[in-house]
Design a protein around this ligand. Structure first.
Ligand code: CP
Length: 304
C-alpha cells in the first residue's frame, strides 16, 4: 500500500468494506479472532506522529499481532545508515510487514522495491498518505452516504500536503468533486492538472456555501510553508465560527490533525460536536489500518 494513485476503485471499495467489518472491534464490543501465528509488524517512523503511529500500533495489537516500533532518533539512521539498509535489517529479523513514515517522497516505494515483505506507506514527504485518505473517505461515507456528486473542500497548505494528494485520488475515485482552496503560494494552478473532478480556487468564501464537506489542513511548518503565508491567514482561509454558520447544518468538518487552533480552525469549530468529525476520523483510522495490515498479511510477498 504505497499510494492511492494507482489503486483501483474496486480495491479501494474492498478496503472500505473491510474497514466497516473492523469497526466493532475498534469500538470494543467484539474481539478479533486470535491468529494462528501472530505476525511481527515493524513500524519505522522517521517523522513525528501521534495518530498514525499509535493507530498502527493499536491496529496490530487488536489483530493479535506484535508491533515493533523504531523511530529515527536513537536508531542507527543517526549514524548515517540508509533507509533501505535500515528496512532490510528489520526484514532480516523476520518481520512480516513494515509500515514506514519518512520525509522522503517515494521513500516507502523505494523500500518496497528492495525488501521482500509487504510495505505500507504511513506518509512519505509531500507525496502520499494513503491510509489517512482512506480513513477520510470512510468518515465521509459514514456522514454523507455515497460520495457521487458531492463537493469536498480541502482548504489550506495544499502544496505540501500528502493528505490532499491522497484524498484527491480517493475522493475522485469514489465520484466526488474535490475543491482545493488555499493561498497562491501554497496552491499553484498546476493542481488543476489532476484532471476531472478537481477544482482550484484561492477564494474560500466564494465556494463555502457549495460544500457538502470541508477538510481543513494545517500549514506545514516542517516543510517551510510558514514563510509563504501572511499573518492574516486566518481571515482568508481559517474556518471561523462565522464561516461555519454559512455551511449547511449537515456539512461535516474534517481535519487530519494535528490542529493548529486559532489558525486554520477556530476553537469553537473544533469543539462543535455535531459538525466536527475529527475524533471519528481517528477511530476509523484504527479500523482502516487493521484492514490494511490484515490484507497485507494475506500477500506475504508484497503483492497487495
Ligand atoms: N494525520 C496524521 O498523519 O497525524 P500524525 O502526524 O499525528 O500521525
Amino acid at each position: 500500500m504505497l499510494g492511492l494513485r494507482d489503486l483501483s476503485t474496486e480495491m479501494l471499495e474492498s478496503i472500505l468494506d473491510r474497514t466497516e467489518s473492523m469497526l466493532p472491534v475498534v469500538r470494543g464490543g467484539v474481539p478479533f479472532p486470535i491468529p494462528a501465528r501472530p505476525a511481527m509488524i515493524g513500524l519505522l517512523f522517521l517523522e513525528n506522529s501521534t495518530r498514525t503511529r499509535c493507530s498502527f500500533e493499536v491496529a496490530a495489537s487488536r489483530l493479535g499481532h506484535q508491533p515493533i516500533v523504531l523511530t529515527g532518533r536513537g536508531s542507527s539512521l543517526d549514524k548515517g545508515e540508509s533507509l533501505v539498509d535500515t528496512a532490510a535489517n528489520l526484514a532480516a529479523m523476520g518481520l512480516d510487514a513494515l509500515v514506514i513514515r519518512s520525509a522522503i517522497a517515494g521513500g516507502a516505494g523505494l523500500v518496497a522495491r528492495n525488501i521482500g515483505i509487504p510495505v505500507v506507506n504511513a506518509g512519505d514527504g509531500r507525496h502520499e498518505h494513503p491510509t489517512q485518505a482512506i480513513l477520510d473517505a470512510s468518515t465521509l461515507r459514514a456522514r454523507l452516504g455515497s460520495l457521487v456528486g458531492k463537493r469536498v473542500l480541502i482548504v489550506g497548505d495544499i502544496l505540501n500536503s500528502r493528505v490532499a494528494r491522497s484524498n484527491i485520488h480517493a475522493l475522485t475515485m469514489l465520484g466526488a468533486t474535490v475543491v482545493l482552496v488555499g493561498p497562491p503560494p501554497l496552491l499553484p494552478w498546476t493542481f488543476a492538472e489532476f484532471g476531472p473532478g478537481v477544482e482550484v480556487t484561492h477564494d474560500l468564501d466564494g465556494v463555502l456555501e457549495s460544500a457538502d464537506a470541508v477538510m481543513m489542513l494545517r500549514i506545514q511548518l516542517e516543510r517551510d510553508a510558514g514563510r509563504a503565508v501572511a499573518s492574516d491567514y486566518r481571515f482568508a482561509f481559517g474556518l471561523t465560527v462565522d464561516r461555519l454558520s454559512r455551511l449547511g447544518p449537515e456539512v461535516p468538518v474534517l481535519h487530519p490533525g494535528p490542529m493548529n487552533r486559532g489558525v486554520e480552525i477556530d476553537d469553537a469549530v473544533a469543539a462543535d460536536i455535531a459538525r466536527s468529525s475529527v475524533l471519528e476520523q481517528v477511530a476509523r483510522g484504527v479500523a482502516v489500518r487493521m484492514a490494511i495490515i490484515d490484507r497485507a498479511l494475506e500477500f506475504p510477498a508484497g503483492g497487495f
